[in-house]
Design a protein around this ligand. Structure first.
Ligand SMILES: Cc1cc2nc3c(=O)[nH]c(=O)nc-3n(C[C@H](O)[C@H](O)[C@H](O)COP(=O)(O)O)c2cc1C
Ligand SMILES: CCCCC(=O)C(=O)O
Length: 363
């Protein structure tokens, strides 16, 4: 690649060049055979856009409202851990990039900067992400989130234990200090068996966490709860019954259970189960504005972007994060104009064709 990156994939190439291999592998990798990792991207390619012509597209408005917050585009920075392994300024730089683009910033509790550092560094609307942690960790997180102006809790439910990323095992990947845990976990988290991420998980995660624990989480906070990691209509129905404020269709960027479906291929199933009761968001494999358009056409309110943001951060810090988000926004704007959609509400189911539909047409 010569010159400046002009799309998200070129940012990945740049990140691969600047990062030590062990960290590039950590950020880019998926679980086991990485079937789902490839599928998250491939499944988008199998969806075709049905543009409408001769629509007045002289003004395109990508803005939307997510849980009451107006944002410039249906894009949220996905909560991902360990940003200081990509860039010394870590999550603070990422959050500033998100703020500059007026999109919502998802902050992982396993961040390398503290929640407080991120909160005081930028004006972005921030959501805090947590796992099925021990109750004392969750209670601490909730108090700090409320005190520091976080607007929602993202509860990630696809990780009762950690997925097996074989590159990390081979590379003996050592997690950076997750500063939010200071004073909360007693033992020094180290391991001589290679990756210490397992040790972190064993110290903090509660594999017995289940649906009834959502009622407990609701009882200790007024913040809306988004549940992240839903892949079936059945679980979407249960999530609504549990009283969540939103659902994120996600397979954790293919880093947990391999051979789960590409998220875009199960979005409609979840959307049908939810019946418009709460917003449905999606992440996994978004690399183009056309991908965002397809997700919206199939019923998502917005999408979350994981790895592309990290690649931007690795390549150019805050500026890189901003450039990656702006690229995706520009591509979405271009797609909307060429498909004849002036606002996000104009993007409908009839603007795309799935592979199944094309197959059924031939029968
Ligand atoms: C390096 C890395 C770290 C992640 N850390 C977390 C995390 O701490 N909590 C979480 O809920 N999801 C985490 N995720 C998953 C993301 O939130 C998101 O679901 C995924 O990255 C979306 O796929 P994409 O990377 O293809 O955009 C992580 C993903 C990556 C790549
Ligand atoms: C203990 C860190 C968890 C990070 C994570 O969720 C991931 O790498 O996918």
């Amino acid at each position: 690649m010569a010159g400046e990156p002009i799309n998200v994939n070129e940012f990945e190439e740049l990140a691969r060049k600047v990062l030590p291999k062990i960290y590039y592998d950590f950020f880019s990798g998926g679980a086991e055979d990485q079937y789902t990792l490839k599928e998250n991207i491939e499944a988008f390619r199998r969806i075709i856009i049905r543009p409408r012509i001769l629509v007045d597209v002289s003004k395109i408005d990508m803005s939307t409202i997510i849980l009451g917050h107006r944002t410039s585009a249906p894009i949220i920075v996905a909560p991902t851990s360990s940003h200081q392994l990509a860039h010394p300024e870590g999550e603070v730089a990422t959050a500033r990039g998100a703020a500059a683009c007026n999109v919502i910033m998802g902050v992982a509790f396993t961040s390398t900067c503290t929640m407080e550092e991120v909160a005081s560094s930028c004006k972005a609307v921030r959501f805090i992400q947590t796992f099925a942690f021990k109750r004392e960790i969750t209670a601490n997180m909730v108090q700090r989130a409320e005190r520091n102006g976080f607007r929602a809790i993202i509860l990630t439910v696809d990780a009762p234990r950690l997925g097996r990323k074989e590159a990390d095992i081979k590379n003996k990947m050592i997690a950076p200090p997750f500063k939010n845990f200071e004073g909360l976990i007693s033992t020094e988290v180290v391991s001589d068996k290679g990756s210490n991420v397992e040790a972190y998980a064993a110290e903090t995660l509660v594999p017995s966490f289940c649906w009834k624990d959502i009622a407990w989480l609701k009882s200790i906070t007024k913040l809306p709860i988004l549940i992240k990691g839903v892949l079936t209509g059945e679980d979407a129905t249960k999530a609504i019954e549990a009283g969540v404020a939103g659902i994120i269709v996600s397979n954790h960027g293919a880093r947990q259970l391999d051979y789960t479906p590409a998220t875009i291929s199960v979005l409609e199933e979840v959307v049908h189960a939810v019946q418009g009761k709460v917003p449905v968001l999606l992440d996994g494999g978004i690399r183009r504005g056309t991908d965002i358009f397809k997700a919206l056409a199939l019923g998502a309110k917005a999408v979350l972007i994981g790895r592309p943001v990290i690649y931007g951060l690795a390549a150019k810090g805050e500026t890189g994060v901003k450039q990656v988000i702006e690229m995706l926004k520009n591509e979405l704007e271009q797609t909307m104009a060429l498909a004849g959609c002036c606002t996000v509400d104009d993007i409908t189911r009839s603007h795309v064709n799935t592979e199944t539909e094309r197959f059924l047409c031939r029968m």
